[in-house]
Ligand binder design. Sequence first.
Ligand SMILES: Cc1cc2nc3c(=O)[nH]c(=O)nc-3n(C[C@H](O)[C@H](O)[C@H](O)COP(=O)(O)OP(=O)(O)OC[C@H]3O[C@@H](n4cnc5c(N)ncnc54)[C@H](O)[C@@H]3O)c2cc1C
Ligand SMILES: *[C@@H]1O[C@H](CO)[C@@H](O)[C@H](O)[C@H]1NC(C)=O
Ligand SMILES: *[C@@H]1O[C@H](CO)[C@@H](O)[C@H](O)[C@H]1NC(C)=O
Ligand SMILES: *[C@@H]1O[C@H](CO)[C@@H](O)[C@H](O)[C@H]1NC(C)=O
Ligand SMILES: *[C@@H]1O[C@H](CO)[C@@H](O)[C@H](O)[C@H]1NC(C)=O
Ligand SMILES: *[C@@H]1O[C@H](CO)[C@@H](O)[C@H](O)[C@H]1NC(C)=O
Ligand SMILES: *[C@@H]1O[C@H](CO)[C@@H](O)[C@H](O)[C@H]1NC(C)=O
Length: 501
Amino acid sequence: MAPSFAQLLLLSVGALATQSHCLAASACRDISLAIPGRVEMPISIRYLAEVNSYWSLALREIKPACVVFPNSAEDVATAVTILSTYPSVNFTVKSGGHDPNSGHASVNRGVLISMAELTGATYDSETGLAKVLPGGEWNDVISDLSEYGVTVAGGRLGIVGVGGLLLQGGISFLSAQYGLAADSVVGWNTVLPNGTIAYINATTRPDLAVAMRGSGSQFGIVTEFTIQAHPIGQVWGGARIYGADQFDALYQALHNFVPGNADDPKAAIIFARSEGSGAITPLIFYFYDGAEVPADSPLAEFLAIKPLVDLTSTQSYPALLRANGELGSATSSRMSFRTYTIPYVKGHPEMYTEIADMWSNITAPHLSTSLPGLSQCSIDFQPLPAIIGAESQRRGGNAMGISGDDIDRLILELQCGWAGQQDDEVIYSMSRAMTDWLEARVPVWLANESQSNPYLPLLMNDAMGDQNVTGRYRDYAIFKALQSEMDPDGVFRNRVGGYKY
Ligand SMILES: Cc1cc2nc3c(=O)[nH]c(=O)nc-3n(C[C@H](O)[C@H](O)[C@H](O)COP(=O)(O)OP(=O)(O)OC[C@H]3O[C@@H](n4cnc5c(N)ncnc54)[C@H](O)[C@@H]3O)c2cc1C
Ligand SMILES: *[C@@H]1O[C@H](CO)[C@@H](O)[C@H](O)[C@H]1NC(C)=O
Ligand SMILES: *[C@@H]1O[C@H](CO)[C@@H](O)[C@H](O)[C@H]1NC(C)=O
Ligand SMILES: *[C@@H]1O[C@H](CO)[C@@H](O)[C@H](O)[C@H]1NC(C)=O
Ligand SMILES: *[C@@H]1O[C@H](CO)[C@@H](O)[C@H](O)[C@H]1NC(C)=O
Ligand SMILES: *[C@@H]1O[C@H](CO)[C@@H](O)[C@H](O)[C@H]1NC(C)=O
Ligand SMILES: *[C@@H]1O[C@H](CO)[C@@H](O)[C@H](O)[C@H]1NC(C)=O
């Protein structure tokens, strides 16, 4: 019997898939010959360890054709140049692997370029600049720099990856003082889409120097960041966990903190509300850039509320980040992120309760039927006061386009962790339902305020892959044109994971 058209189609699709699989293996071989000892093939111990190091369990199922471990910009340039001769082979870059979105820092059957060999930081006291490598975690960078009594604006939990955080914007405990983490970066040693190595900064490429702050992976692979360092000594902070009966008092303190932060930019918080196994828990990460919190600090209202568990203390900055990281290292779940930026609505302090209740309503059908301990969802309220935009502007600005002229805002992070692949779509759709609701609800809250139509860009670090993060950037069209100019063949646009213009 002759094969049907459908069978023929299946055969040819299969052949194409096999062909691209072979081509990926062939690209891996070529790279391995050019930089011997730096390419790991499937089933090697190092390959497995790398694939199993993604923060979200779901990403550990995605298997690249090989993993390249460059230890210099030249190695990366060699790999990118060889990959340009294999237009059907996808590739991507992984620094810490904390982005939970499938296909961002992971690639199925393509080439994974891991920054695992490029870790740590050095400091030059003459220039006040740190050289920071993209691999490893913030714990490495912050402890290396602490030997010199300095630090850079970076992750708030020490376990988080470095490269992705710095390229996607990055909210730091130091942001109210120095802007987003990306805003303190003054130089990017980068392998461009055409395989050449360039040092991008405000002198060599002023347009790109802004674009590199919050565009993710679209302009090339960064092998070293030059970052303006800042002095740091003993700090105060850590986590406090409260009883659910304290939510009203805590939301009131949050509402006063957001505008109050301008009076004392050394203070910072992450306000998390997590829900699972029938309990709803307020968990707040506190930070103060100093050994003691002044009595008139905008944190004072929080500190008067009695916690159940208190992990705060005066300590070194590396010790604080390490302790925070231990609380965030949930490595046995599939994870999802989704974000939304809301305005600070002065006349509507009930907003936080309303948001939290809605998130509970949306997640209840899933959380109430999942086995205890297997699923949890949380919502984080992260203040984005206008002073962060002012600091960003002072440093030349970023792609996210925040400025001192904007209103105070909060970045919401919707996060879930769960156990089984069969629940993936349910979880993603819960987060989408929540941002759809916010999209409709925020204008209602704003109706009574003088500020109409505020600028509400999304923070790339906290987003879900299907969110049009760059499309909400003020200068979207300018950056889109710049990306086309730098990547005329669409190598990074079409073949490398991450958000696109
Ligand atoms: C526990 C936890 C805590 C967090 N805390 C914070 C926080 O305090 N502040 C904050 O802003 N965000 C925070 N995040 C979000 C975090 O910023 C993002 O997940 C970020 O992507 C992590 O960086 P990474 O190096 O692990 O990225 P990866 O997952 O390795 O990569 C993310 C994206 O960046 C690209 N990329 C990575 N490295 C390079 C490179 N060298 N050159 C070009 N492209 C590259 C990848 O291809 C991918 O598209 C946190 C996340 C987690 C899981
Ligand atoms: C490469 O990535 C693009 C964009 O994500 C995708 O459409 C395409 O199918 C991928 N190619 C292969 C061979 O996996
Ligand atoms: C950019 O880098 C060049 C070369 O290292 C240096 O001379 C110049 O001062 C740098 N410009 C800025 C703004 O950092
Ligand atoms: C959540 O559900 C409860 C009970 O149905 C309802 O009263 C409340 O209005 C809902 N909250 C929101 C924000 O819609
Ligand atoms: C807006 O103001 C009107 C009239 O004072 C009031 O009824 C309404 O509840 C307010 N809306 C919000 C969202 O605060
Ligand atoms: C993202 O937003 C931009 C700007 O509004 C728009 O031009 C673009 O088509 C959007 N992209 C997608 C994938 O929706
Ligand atoms: C690579 O791209 C950069 C930036 O567009 C350009 O300056 C450089 O000349 C290109 N190099 C090659 C070899 O084409």
